[in-house]
Design a protein around this ligand. Structure first.
Ligand SMILES: [Zn+2]
Length: 221
C-alpha cells in the first residue's frame, strides 16, 4: 500500500523498486562496476600503496569512472544524503570480501573521519555508513573512535613531540585503538591514496601493527 502511494525508487536508475529490492534494483545491481581485484601484485589498490606504507591488504569494491554508475551512487550518498544507500553498498562490499576469503580480517573497522564542519553539514559520514554495512556482514565491530581529525588542543601539548609534529602534518590522530592489533580503515573513494596513507601512518605511530584498507571505489584514470 505504501509502495503505491510513495513508490520506493532505485538509487541507480530512479525506477520503482520491486518488493524484494532494497535501494538498488536488480538491473542496476548487476551493472555495478565491480573491481574484482585479487590479492597480489596486480591489485591496483595494493600497487597504489606500494613503497608508501606497509598494509595487510588493500581492496576496492568498485571502479569509479566519470559519469558512470559508481559516480552516480556516490553522488546520491554524499550530496543527496542517502545514508542507507551507503550502508547497503557496505553490505555488498562485505559480502564480496567474505567470498574472497581474506586470509586475515581486521579485528575492528574504522573510517576516515570527516571534518567536523562537513559532518555537521552532511549530517553523517559517508565512509561510516559504508563501514556499518560491512561490519554487519563481516561480524567485525565498527569503531568510529579509532581515528580522529586532529585539532590543536591542550592535550596535544602532553604528547610526544614527534607525534605532535606528525598529527599536524597529516590532520589525523589515533584514537582509542590500543586494544587492537589489526584495524581496517574504510573510505568512500580512493584517488591518490594520500588520505588513507595519512590515516595509516598515524595508526602505525599509535602502535597498530597490522592495517588493511577498504575503499568502496577506486578512481582509475
Ligand atoms: Zn536501478
Amino acid at each position: 500500500m505504501l509502495d503505491v502511494l510513495f513508490p520506493r525508487l532505485c538509487a541507480g536508475c530512479s525506477e520503482p523498486l520491486q518488493r524484494n529490492e532494497y535501494r538498488l534494483c536488480l538491473s542496476c545491481f548487476v551493472k555495478l562496476p565491480l573491481s574484482d581485484f585479487k590479492k597480489g601484485a596486480a591489485n591496483p589498490v595494493e600497487r597504489l600503496f606500494h613503497g608508501r606504507v606497509l598494509l595487510e591488504s588493500a581492496s576496492a569494491f568498485m571502479v569509479f569512472k566519470k559519469a558512470g554508475l559508481a559516480q552516480h551512487l556516490m553522488h546520491q550518498l554524499k550530496y543527496k544524503g542517502d545514508e542507507e544507500l551507503g550502508v547497503e553498498l557496505g553490505r555488498y562490499f562485505g559480502n564480496s570480501i567474505k567470498r574472497q576469503s581474506y586470509s586475515a580480517l581486521p579485528e575492528a573497522l574504522t573510517c576516515v573521519p570527516l571534518h567536523a564542519e562537513k559532518q555537521k553539514q552532511r549530517g553523517f559520514n559517508q565512509s561510516a555508513a559504508i563501514a556499518k554495512g560491512m561490519s554487519e556482514i563481516l561480524g567485525i565491530p565498527f569503531r568510529e573512535d579509532l581515528l580522529k581529525r586532529s585539532t590543536l588542543t591542550s592535550t596535544q601539548t602532553r604528547k610526544k613531540r614527534y607525534e605532535r609534529w606528525e598529527n599536524m602534518q597529516t590532520g589525523f590522530e589515533a584514537g582509542n585503538c590500543s586494544e587492537f592489533k589489526h584495524i581496517g580503515i574504510v573510505d568512500d573513494v580512493i584517488t591518490t591514496g594520500a588520505t588513507l596513507e595519512a590515516c595509516v601512518s598515524v595508526l602505525k605511530s599509535g602502535g597498530i601493527l597490522q592495517i588493511s584498507v577498504f575503499a568502496l571505489c577506486i578512481s582509475i584514470k
